[in-house]
Design a protein around this ligand. Structure first.
Ligand SMILES: Nc1ncnc2c1ncn2[C@@H]1O[C@H](COP(=O)(O)OP(=O)(O)OP(=O)(O)O)[C@@H](O)[C@H]1O
Length: 330
């Protein structure tokens, strides 16, 4: 029997992906949770009395997030009011099933659940959008709508903050994709543990330093109730290649997942766009009309082609010679 390298008494059944240490299950749970607690404390993510909306999709990351946030809130008396917040994108056979998981999580963690849907907010489900535009660019609609839907749901909950289950692997993938796209503005922002300005609701990523493999192990060993099917509308091949590339790097050097080496002199490259309010829907936007309204307009008018300028584009154009326009063709 191999003994646990930490407690020296338990039987080692886990090889930690992050450090390659052999551990027993209780020690693995302990170090996993304590690292997240340390991230929360070091980055002063919360203060007592905060109302925190846990963005819950029913997937492994956000289910582990609900479990760990509940555990740490009790263990360390954070004094947080926790809520589960789910967005129903209207994807039959995918989101309806995962929402059933979140409904069970509500009982398991004894945290109130709020569900907001694209249908009630925008008058469109993703099923209807895909029926209209096909499987090209549908993820753009979904991403833009989800971002705003989470804000709107959190405001209904009177939440002070939103936490998401984005982990170190997700962030490393996004760094790579922004690098490949030459999107310097997003590159500077995507590794931040907190996003959002005074106007927007702050979004926190307590799993910024947590490896996906460890999240999967934690969920598996703790037999958490989560939904593990991939979205039926997002083959997302490009991100998939980035993911595989990073998995190969991780196999050689596990620390590749932590993208902390990226220090860009923000002032010299780009400015973070100023947040204001959309003149149509009144929600947070860095442009006079927000992306959600532009996309919604194009859907409702059945326009075949629209152009969306990335946030901060005007500023970037002055310093980065390549255009960062995204043309969306339906
Ligand atoms: N429909 C949704 N409702 C609420 N939150 C969501 C939803 N979709 C995604 N999120 C939030 O955004 C995070 C990242 O979402 P992503 O789509 O990348 O899924 P993921 O990495 O598979 O995470 P998960 O395992 O939690 O589904 C999730 O962990 C969750 O916090």
């Amino acid at each position: 029997m191999k003994e646990c390298t930490r407690c020296k008494t338990g039987r080692a059944v886990v090889k930690r992906p992050k450090t390659a240490e052999m551990m027993c299950k209780p020690c693995f749970y302990h170090v996993f949770e304590e690292e997240i607690h340390q991230t929360i404390v070091d980055n002063k993510l919360f203060k007592a009395g905060d109302r925190v909306a846990i963005a819950a999709s029913g997937g492994k990351d956000s289910t582990v997030l609900a479990e760990v946030m509940t555990t740490l809130n009790q263990r360390y008396n954070y004094g947080l009011d926790l809520f589960l917040l789910s967005v129903d994108e209207g994807i039959t056979g995918y989101r309806d099933d995962s929402l059933e998981t979140v409904k069970r999580n509500q009982e398991q963690y004894k945290i109130p659940l709020k569900i907001v849907s694209y249908e009630e907010l925008y008058g469109w489900t993703m099923d209807a959008i895909v029926a209209k535009i096909g499987l090209k660019n549908n993820c753009t609609f979904c991403g833009v709508f989800r971002r705003q839907a989470l804000d709107r749901g959190a405001m209904l909950l009177k939440a002070d903050k939103i936490v998401t289950g984005h982990n170190a692997d997700d962030i490393a993938e996004t760094v790579l994709l922004n690098l490949l796209r030459g999107d310097i503005s997003r590159l500077t922002r995507c590794t931040s543990i907190t996003t959002g300005t005074e106007d927007a609701l702050p979004r926190m990523k307590p799993f910024k330093y947590t490896y996906e493999k460890e999240i999967v192990m934690y969920a598996y060993f703790k037999k958490l109730d989560y939904f593990s099917t991939e979205c039926i509308y997002s083959p997302n091949a490009y991100r998939g290649y980035a993911r595989n590339f990073l998995k190969d790097l991780e196999a050689i050097r596990p620390s590749s997942i932590i993208g902390e080496n990226l220090h860009i002199q923000q002032e010299t490259l780009s400015k973070i766009p100023e947040q204001g309010k959309c003149s149509r829907c009144n929600y947070i936007s860095s442009n006079p009309v927000c992306k959600a309204c532009i996309l919604l307009d194009s859907l409702n008018r059945g326009m075949p082609k629209i152009e969306i300028a990335d946030e901060g584009e005007k500023v970037e154009k002055e310093v980065v010679p390549t255009s960062v326009h995204k043309t969306i063709n339906f």
